[in-house]
Unconditional design. Structure first.
Length: 401
């Protein structure tokens, strides 16, 4: 099963809802195990819905574009009712014997059973569900449903109470299943490995664009996809979100900075590493050591029951006491999963409670004009009694190229 069933049971009880509708790209993957293509082709208006009833939360029902309905065959969760919308043709010749999967797809592809719009398909699915189960309160995820579709459904079912639960779905997703941890670990390991591959390739005179190309290829070769590849040389890392340039070359004395986000089967990793080209200055070495101390301390003291602000205060205190009292930072990490930034955020204002099963991307970045960046970041699984970094070589020493 793709999702955390005990957490979804709690969501039904906490919000007192009978039907749950997930609509965002992340929610659909969370419940079904597949990432809806329609949300990539048309991220603002493409519609796909997953519905669950509180009496059978281990079974899902789907509304999907008929053109991409073959994705149903990749679901990790048992699917009962399916309603399609739109028009798409998959031709069948009588003389061709179909495989079992092809027969399923043929049934799902019947244009005559498809509805004109996603809202009308959702209406048909709710009517189907109401034949067998009681529905009074509907929790809906507003993040992926158009206002027009929501208003249509509210008008068609005036007897139902509609409750917005996007935040509650995100809260449930904070608690990772063992399968999710495996995918997050693989994403992190691939990301880390691609960084090491690129660092080994780096030499005096290579450009930022060459390094980024090497890194992105290394990710793809290992089965992940690049997203937000932030890689900069030397002082240019002060503007790390800018594109890589072909006229910025690695020189002796530079720092090579990676803050790379990768996606593996929908799950994100966010890894940061810095390399010194030649011998780093004593002040760079001292500051890096302080940032490293903050990371290693986080591994030891993070535990269930702390808040994001607690972690922020402790990490900052360790860095300051390690000889870097001027260090400033607005947060020292964030949860990660199907989205690159999930809650809690490890910031001075975050009161979210850290609990076992969360994965936190802990980081201690520092940026300075004229130097660039010092930065360490690794994903940490909150456990009991011990935490665990998901990378192979977390919070490493500053490596000289």
């Amino acid at each position: 099963m793709a999702y955390n069933l005990p957490q979804i049971d709690k969501l039904f009880s906490r919000m007192d809802i009978d039907l749950l509708i997930g609509t965002s790209k992340e929610s659909i993957q969370y419940f079904s195990g597949f990432s809806p293509v329609i949300k990539t082709l048309n991220p603002y208006y493409g519609q796909c819905y997953v519905m669950l009833h509180r009496n059978a939360p281990d079974t899902i029902h789907i509304v999907h574009s008929i053109g991409e309905i073959d994705q149903i065959l990749d679901a990790d969760t048992p699917i009962h009712h399916v309603k399609t919308y739109g028009t798409f043709y998959r031709e069948s010749i009588e003389s061709v014997d179909l495989t079992q999967e092809e027969v399923k797809l043929q049934l799902l592809s019947q244009v005559e059973r498809s509805h004109p719009s996603p809202a009308e398909a959702a209406k048909a699915l709710i009517i189907e569900l109401k034949k067998d189960i009681d529905i009074k309160r509907v929790g809906y995820d507003k993040d992926g449903m158009t206002l027009q579709s929501l208003q249509y459904l509210q008008q068609e079912f005036p007897e139902l109470l509609w409750v917005e639960v996007s935040k509650q779905i995100r809260f449930s997703r904070q608690f990772k299943t063992s399968h999710e941890v495996e995918l997050l670990t693989q994403s992190a390991l691939i990301n880390e490995s691609a960084i090491y591959d690129t660092a080994a390739f780096a030499k005096i005179g290579v450009s930022e664009t060459e390094l980024a190309g090497r890194f992105n290829c290394a990710l793809v070769q290992r089965g992940a996809f690049p997203s937000l590849t932030m890689l900069k040389i030397g002082r240019s890392a002060i503007g790390g979100q800018r594109r890589q340039r072909s006229d910025i070359y690695l020189q002796s004395g530079d720092l090579l900075w990676f803050d790379s986000d990768a996606i593996y089967q929908g799950f994100w990793s966010d890894i940061a590493r810095v390399y010194s080209v030649g011998q780093p200055t004593p002040i760079i070495q001292k500051r890096y050591q302080a940032l490293q101390n903050g990371m290693l301390a986080a591994l030891d003291f993070i535990r269930p029951g702390l808040t994001g602000r607690d972690v922020y205060s402790r990490v900052m205190d360790v860095v300051h006491r390690s000889g870097f009292p001027e260090y400033n930072r607005h947060h020292v990490g964030h949860a990660i999963g199907l989205e690159p930034y999930e809650t809690p955020i490890l910031s001075p204002s975050d009161n979210n409670i850290i609990e076992e099963g969360m994965v936190l991307s802990v980081e201690t970045p520092y940026y300075e004009f004229g130097i660039g960046a010092l930065h360490i970041e690794d994903p940490l699984l909150v456990g009991s009694p011990h935490n665990q970094f998901l990378t192979a070589n977390p919070a490493p020493d500053l490596v000289r190229l």
